[in-house]
Write a protein that binds this ligand. Structure first.
Ligand SMILES: C[S@@+](CC[C@H](N)C(=O)[O-])C[C@H]1O[C@@H](n2cnc3c(N)ncnc32)[C@H](O)[C@@H]1O
Length: 239
């Protein structure tokens, strides 16, 4: 696993120990802390099948990936997007998963090993650091995806701009994120609020709006009564 330790509080001197208890001390503060502590049970407690899988399915579909594409999964967590991305880019494609939490990446790495996905590479980095393009390469990706991550990453705006910079002109970027449910489903808003609070989601951020603002050929979907917001667009040519 590559490591870009940018704004990382305490670099781990032994990456081979990644995911084991010694790392827990490295990133337990702030929003990231809950992911370090909860990494092992994230897939079970995150409401994936009843609620959130629908969003990642839509986000990946709206990227319009082709076999052989190189796609960035930013704030990839435990790698819940990987199977969908694998199906889209195939064995000739590349998936680069980026996350700041070593514990979440350890789960992603276990998933990669279990499935034998040789074309998945994992990078421990702050997606909100301007250094990201230095590691991934400016304009080097065909697509970039954030699922339930842009409202959690401390400097979400910087992460979004990094994703745009790392994706080639004409490539696609997609954002899947959370809002409170609306209409008749607004009665579920307190539950959704608890889920968002637990995940450290900044509900005021509404990062899907950045897709509308900064890309073209935008497609938008609202799922689960608006609780899941999905937007994808094409990166414009750079002047
Ligand atoms: C709600 S989880 C979403 C994980 C995954 N994208 C998914 O759909 O299941 C948010 C993820 O963002 C990661 N994260 C938080 N701050 C980050 C940062 N500055 N850079 C990269 N990843 C970050 C967390 O470690 C966590 O894995």
């Amino acid at each position: 696993m590559h490591r870009l330790v940018a704004r990382f509080p305490r670099p781990d001197p032994d990456p081979g120990r990644q995911g084991r208890s010694s790392l827990v001390g490295a990133d337990v503060s702030g929003r990231l802390g809950r992911y370090t502590i909860g990494a092992r049970c994230y897939d079970v407690v995150s409401g994936e099948w009843p609620v959130y899988r629908a969003g990642r399915r839509a986000g990946v579909e709206m990227l319009g990936l082709h076999p052989g594409d190189r796609v960035l999964d930013l704030g990839c967590g435990t790698g819940l997007n990987f199977a969908l991305l694998e199906a889209a880019v195939g064995p000739t494609g590349t998936i680069v998963g980026v996350d700041l939490s070593a514990a979440m990446l350890a789960q992603a790495d276990a998933r990669k090993q279990r499935h034998g996905w040789a074309n998945v590479s994992l990078v421990q980095a702050d997606a909100g650091s301007g250094d990201l393009t230095g590691v991934l390469g400016a304009g080097s990706a065909d697509a970039a995806l954030f699922t339930y991550a842009l409202s959690v990453i401390d400097d979400g705006v910087a992460a979004w701009l990094s994703a745009l910079a790392a994706t080639r002109a004409g490539g696609r970027v997609a954002v899947v994120d959370l809002a409170l449910p609306a209409g008749g489903w607004a009665v579920l808003a307190p539950l959704a609020r608890i889920a968002c609070f637990t995940g450290g989601v900044d509900l005021d951020r509404e990062p899907w709006r950045w897709v509308v603002r900064d890309t073209r050929d935008v497609e938008q979907r609202m799922l689960r009564a608006g609780h899941i917001q999905v937007a994808a667009g094409t990166v414009p040519a750079r002047t």
